[in-house]
Design a protein around this ligand. Structure first.
Ligand SMILES: *[C@@H]1O[C@H](CO)[C@@H](O)[C@H](O)[C@H]1NC(C)=O
Length: 289
């Protein structure tokens, strides 16, 4: 039927050809809306250099209990790691004599000594969520290092909250040098705090950075919102006074118990913000290793 009318009417032919041309023009339009957000992000925030190899990352954490948000926190970190080809390492027991949270340093030491091919290790407290899984933490590292004259000297990318150092989300270079830094933190921890108490791993780290300029020179403070955003409910922000907003990379419900009323403050916060997480499409990466 169509073939017969085409034969008789050359103008119909031309019309169909024109339609095909239009369709082709539209389908190859580079302003494909699904890519706009990502393009805007990379061109605005990435260092303006020739593209280099993206850093290889191990994301690490531990959990020794069974909190109400166990599945969400694990699923979120696992989804993110799969999406970007990062490794995720979770310990389910902690055996540090100095106190539970010192296990993060034990983990870091253990993993550095394995001499695996990660460039950086990203420590995340378990009460964190990656709220924008489009963002590569490797790009955050590159952007931070592009801000210093000698990136090779920096081993620690740290952030502050209203009380100074917050050690809930930070990056450490996978290199022997941080092992010495960790030894120095442990030595520092034999001192008492100003209030007479024993320093936590976070306190001892802050004490070392304050007391020893050489150790301090290995660290770099980056804006809290880059890796360690706090929600408005926990309004303890760094010098930028910036709380987490939708689209930002990471949410950390640090010390939720002190700010949120209820039986399960961290779980309540986790569930409140779950809907704000920007996930990837699992089909794009679930089949891969
Ligand atoms: C790098 O420096 C720029 C300009 O000062 C700043 O806006 C940005 O937040 C810094 N990035 C990091 C990750 O520190």
């Amino acid at each position: 039927m169509l073939a017969r009318s085409l034969h008789k009417q050359p103008t119909l032919w031309l019309f169909l050809l024109f339609c095909g041309f239009l369709f082709y023009q539209f389908s190859k339009d580079p302003s494909d809306s699904s890519l706009v957000g990502l393009d805007a992000f990379t061109s605005k925030d990435a260092p303006a250099k020739a593209p280099t190899k993206s850093p290889k990352i191990a994301i690490i954490t531990f959990i020794t209990q069974n909190p109400s948000y166990l599945h969400l926190s694990l699923k979120n970190k696992d989804h993110y790691a799969r999406r970007h080809g990062y490794d995720l390492i979770v310990d389910y027991e902690a055996h540090s004599e100095k106190g539970l949270m010192w296990w993060k340093y034990a983990m870091i030491e253990r993993l550095i000594k394995k001499k695996r091919d990660w460039d950086w290790i990203w420590w995340m407290d378990f009460d964190t969520l990656i709220t924008n899984t489009n963002i590569k933490v490797g790009d955050v590292v590159d952007e931070a290092l592009a801000n210093v004259t000698d990136p090779s000297q920096i081993d620690w990318l740290l952030s502050h909250d209203c009380n100074g150092l917050n050690f809930g989300s930070f990056l450490v270079r996978n290199h022997e040098r941080p092992l010495k830094f960790i030894d120095d933190v442990v030595a520092m921890s034999t001192n008492k705090k100003e209030d007479g108490g024993d320093p936590s791993e976070q306190d001892a780290t802050a004490m070392l950075i304050k007391a020893d300029p050489k150790s301090a020179a290995r660290t770099m403070q980056i804006p809290q919102t880059k890796i360690n955003g706090f929600p408005q409910e926990i309004a303890c922000f760094d010098e930028d006074h910036q709380g987490w907003e939708p689209g930002m990379f990471v949410l950390h419900f640090a010390g939720a118990w002190a700010h949120v009323k209820g039986e399960d403050p961290t779980g309540q916060m986790m569930r409140k913000y779950e809907g704000d997480i920007i996930w990837g499409d699992w089909k794009d990466f679930y089949e891969q290793a």
